[in-house]
Design a protein around this ligand. Structure first.
Ligand code: URQ
Ligand code: ZN
Ligand code: ZN
Length: 482
């Protein structure tokens, strides 16, 4: 069935303009003024509303096995909640355990994700190194549409990548035309600070934020940027939470480096006071890494989005319910790390970003959808309202209001980090592959309708960089030795 979205204002990253939009066969087939509705089309009246590319959340962890448990949100419930909030695609993570074969892990995660109700893709984490990892990275790029590899610089004795893994994997990514990404926290510092705090008898959630000061993130960000610089690779830093990391990215970008930064809706709006809440679970529910920071970091992150030194927004949606968080009741280092947000990202960013005047509607589209599509090489199929693009569209009512609450959200988790937040601007319709899946406050999704989205590598620019890098290094070394 075709859908005719009439009378709205289309908002893309480059401009906003009045146009009708026709969706048919899962694609956008016509965009223009005063169009005729195709016979039999479902008509949506978008008068006074915005017609935007569906959100892309480049950072989620549905049903992630982590810290001795499994995230409560699965791929069906998580993608459904995303659609209810106007996000039409997620990029999740395959996270092999050390020594686990990357291809086997990839196929395991692909199996879990089959139930998705919206399109999805996967970054693959490199958590160890040997020849098989080198080879499997090549297979994942060549045969399975992976163009980004994640490295956790935190989580010592679990999935932490040391410098040997970082240098080998970044180099391999460069050869493949894939993008290295990092969770930038110095895992050794965290490990030692955790021990020190526990020895001092600090066992509550406040110990979590005390064990991960901003400098712990800044050091890792600077190190990852330096490694990428020596090797000549671009770099994407996930969940930038503090000024130290933003400053490192800004310095690199001002020097002409291709370094990207992602920030979370939570880090833009929630501060570290949550960890000192008298109610243990309320505090523990907010335990995620990097932790929520003192307020001054929030304004810095907003400036980062406004200045273009941060390119994407995400949620790091990784949910654990109270019985799961209770594992750390007497030891904060055992509280499963993760919070939710996939349903609320667009609304909180619109309310605090656009309604506040920090972002224009086009800048909102840029940081919630288009930049992620371009960085991960799926634009203009995704992140664009235009002929030929996937009909992943959100019709946005700027006048409608909502109070965010665990009582009404669709996320499978027993708290909401934005609890009680009143927002103005919510999705009235969400279309996924041209089907209306959210309308009048109701979901109408089909389990398993989501597709795995291949993301091609960027061979051209990286090859050129690699050649330049190889050419430069040997001669320079020979000359200085002479
Ligand atoms: O570190 C991550 O991104 C995963 C394990 C989710 N948990 C978190 O605290 N961010
Ligand atoms: Zn992380
Ligand atoms: Zn994450």
């Amino acid at each position: 069935m075709s859908v005719f979205i009439r009378g709205g204002t289309v908002v893309n990253a480059d401009r906003a303009f009045r146009a009708d939009v026709v969706c048919d066969g899962g694609k956008i087939v016509e965009v223009g003024e005063n169009l005729k509705a195709p016979a039999g089309a479902k008509v949506i009246d978008a008068g006074g509303q915005y017609v935007m590319p569906g959100g892309i959340d480049p950072h989620t962890h549905m049903e992630l096995p982590f810290m001795g448990t499994v995230a409560s949100e699965d791929f069906l419930s998580g993608t459904s909640a995303a659609l209810a909030g106007g996000t039409t695609m997620i990029i999740d993570f395959v996270i092999p355990s050390p020594k686990e074969n990357l291809l086997e892990a990839f196929h395991k995660w692909r199996g879990w994700a089959k139930k998705s109700a919206a399109d999805y893709s996967f970054h693959v984490a490199v958590t160890w190194w040997d020849k098989t990892v080198h080879d499997d990275m090549g297979t994942l790029v060549a045969k399975h549409g992976v163009n980004s590899f994640k490295h956790f610089m935190a989580y010592k004795n679990a999935i932490m990548a040391d410098d040997e893994v970082l240098v080998n994997s970044f180099s391999r990514a460069l050869e493949l035309g894939a993008l290295p990404t990092v969770h930038a926290e110095n895992g050794e510092l965290v490990f030692q600070l955790q021990k020190k705090l526990l020895d001092m008898g600090i066992t509550g959630p406040e110990g979590h934020v005390m064990s991960r000061p901003p400098e712990v993130e800044g050091e890792a960000a600077n190190r990852a940027i330096a490694i990428a610089g020596v090797l000549g690779t671009p770099l994407y830093i996930v969940h930038v939470s503090c000024k130290e990391t933003l400053d490192a990215i800004t310095r690199a970008r001002n020097a002409g480096r291709r370094v990207y930064g992602e920030c979370l809706a939570g880090h833009l709006l929630i501060d570290e006071s949550v960890y000192y809440n008298k109610d243990w679970f309320t505090a523990a529910a907010h335990v995620m890494s990097p932790p929520f920071r003192p307020k001054e970091h929030q304004e810095a992150l907003w400036r980062g989005l406004q200045s273009g030194n941060l390119q994407t927004t995400a949620t790091d949606h990784c949910c654990f319910c109270e019985p799961q968080k209770a594992a750390g009741r007497n030891d904060f280092s055992k509280i499963p790390n993760g919070t939710g947000g996939v349903e609320d990202r667009l609304a909180v960013l619109w309310h605090h970003g656009v309604n506040s005047g920090r972002l224009t509607p086009s800048e909102f589209v840029r940081v919630t959808s288009t930049n992620a599509a371009q960085i991960f090489n799926i634009y203009p199929r995704k992140g664009f309202v235009g002929v030929g693009a996937d009909a992943d569209v959100v019709v946005w009512d700027p006048e409608a209001t909502r109070t965010i609450s665990v009582k009404t959200h669709h996320q499978k988790v027993d708290y909401n980090i934005f609890e009680g937040m009143k927002v103005k601007g919510v999705p009235s319709y969400t279309l996924s592959q041209g089907k209306v899946v959210w309308a009048n406050g109701k979901l109408d999704v089909v389990e398993g309708s989501g597709r795995y989205v291949d993301r091609p590598p960027f061979p051209i620019s990286y090859d050129a960089v690699a050649k330049m890098n190889r050419a430069k290094t040997p001669r320079a070394v020979v000359r200085s030795a002479a």
